[in-house]
Design a protein around this ligand. Structure first.
Ligand code: F6P
Length: 205
């Protein structure tokens, strides 16, 4: 059967400092290594797909943020890529670029509202999103993941990754904002007629 490898972008500097929205592209050393390891891993996995037909072919889907293009730098030398803003990070509205610590310290009430209901909390300001908004936004992506005959590598962001993972694994919507998906880890999803089989691969493996 075809496979879907779901992962988050490689670690970036703004991720380490905890910036909301995380749109600066510069990868950390670990991030640069992951973009290489990821491509090697996918190549190795492709060689192990013992089926004929389009399931052996691979398409890479990624967001359009700078960190996404950095993350797929090695994959794109091997496979076709399609990018879409639908895979970009949950938008932080007027809080974009602020660190999580600044958000907590300078806006304790708004921060507390988010902590109390991360699913419905929408970041104030233009374009700000909630998890519910992201769940709506990724619907066309889910249709694409379902209908694609090829195997897919999906490189996205934590909130989006949580929504896609929850869809395939049948995790209730209320739990989506709290799903633990570590950095530099690939969730390998194998859709079957009666649910999805999943395997988690960490970088060390
Ligand atoms: O963009 C907002 C943001 O908080 C990001 O900083 C983060 O990567 C993502 O949403 C999901 O993280 P969490 O919902 O756990 O704050």
């Amino acid at each position: 059967p075809r496979k879907i490898w779901l992962t988050r972008h490689a670690e970036s500097v703004s991720h380490v400092i905890g910036e909301i929205g995380e749109d600066t592209g510069e990868l950390t050393e670990g991030g640069r290594l992951y973009s290489m390891t990821l491509a090697k891993f996918i190549k190795m996995e492709q060689e192990n797909i013992h089926i004929a037909g389009p399931g052996r072919e691979i398409l890479v889907l990624a967001g359009t943020q700078t960190v996404d293009s950095e993350s797929i730098a090695h994959l794109q030398m091997l496979y076709p890529v399609a990018t879409t803003p639908l895979l970009n990070e949950l938008r932080g509205g007027s809080f974009t670029g602020m660190t999580r610590a600044e958000f907590r310290a300078q806006y304790p009430d708004i921060h507390a509202q988010r902590e109390a209901d991360k699913l419905d909390f929408r970041f104030p300001g233009e374009g700000g999103e909630s998890y519910m908004d992201v769940i709506q936004r990724v619907r066309p992506i889910i249709v694409e993941l379902e209908r694609q005959p090829r195997s897919l590598v999906v490189v996205c962001h934590l909130a989006v990754q949580r929504c896609l993972y929850a869809y395939f694994m049948g995790i209730p919507i209320k739990d989506v904002p709290h799903i633990e998906l570590p950095q530099h880890c690939v969730a390998e999803l194998v859709p079957t007629p009666f649910g999805t089989n999943a395997r988690h691969i960490t970088e060390a493996e």
